[in-house]
Write a protein that binds this ligand. Sequence first.
Ligand code: 13P
Ligand code: SF4
Length: 386
Amino acid sequence: MARIIDVPLHEAGGSCDPRAVHGAWGALDAAARRGLLYTPEVKVETDHLYERVRHVIPSIEWPAYAPLIAAINRMKREKNAVILAHNYMTSEIFHCVGDFRGDSLQLAREAAETDAAIIVQAGVHFMAETSKVLAPEKTVLIPDLRAGCSLAASITGADVRLIKQRYPGVPVVTYVNTSADVKAESDVTCTSSNAAAVVEWAARTWNTERVILIPDEYLAKNVAAQTGIKIISWHGRCEVHERFTAQDIAEMRDAHPGLVVLAHPECPPDVMAAADFAGSTAALQTYVDEKRPAKVVLLTECSMSDNVAATAPGTDFIRPCNLCPHMKRITLEGIYDALVEMKHEVIIPEDVSIRARRAIQRMLDLPKEKPRAFKVGMPEAAVELV
Ligand code: 13P
Ligand code: SF4
């Protein structure tokens, strides 16, 4: 049985914000207020789902979640809806109502391919926009409009127009963690699964030595270290990943001999250098599935450890808890209300959508490859910040 061990981060590091964690009592209260109860029928409908989350949800709490889960799954069938669940969703959402689960690249591909009439994005707003851009004829719902992202908030379409004026002819590669407006000003998008491959492709295709990669300063530095390509970037940062430090890693290695350290490439370069493996959330999941380390820490959003633990019995997860407050806006009752009331529908002006789709489609049309791991132990590469 996988074990989850919460540890505090040093000083400025993050900790669980109880207001952000909704928990069983919140779900129980929300279900009751909607007239949803744990009946024998609900038990029959949901018992098999409990098996997927029993490592994180005590059996005494299951009756709090099951009524909303059963109601959501029934409504999905009635309305021909699917739920795209990002790896950072809490386990009762990820494993019990998510139809497609994965990193932002996998979810974008699913949005482009699904036959469903309605997509509910169990993730943040930029992900819902990406789904709408790729599936404009479908209704795309985001359960909570406040589910933003510090990277997406760091830059606007007007900023990108100014950058292009300053660097004419230099291709603009934009991380998917941005608004549709920003994507519309870009040549191609990338995710953490393919950032190095897209930057190399852009340099070849535009025949340039420099590439603009925005808005994540750390991702840009990490990609520059991988590719040796000169990168111009922006001062955006992920508020979750920027909090990890190399000191955290040293302390965790001291406390847990044999620990395998996996990092997401939104982490600072010195953290990447001190990790054993780095990659997108999908790459981290694959690493644990394939290598089955005895003791691992995932330097990324903390729900991810709960979700990976479901398929990794025998691995202990050391968990420095860094929550993404935006991802945690998405709750079972938010998803339920979104489907009942058909809210909040994502709408993107057509001209923006067409231009954003061109940039996303270029990325999706590149040869499909396994999420690319980032080499660790690399010296920090300089990037030019606009
Ligand atoms: P992935 O593309 O690796 O899923 O990352 C998305 C994200 O928001 C990471 O913070
Ligand atoms: Fe944005 Fe960071 Fe949250 Fe991912 S974890 S959605 S990059 S704030």
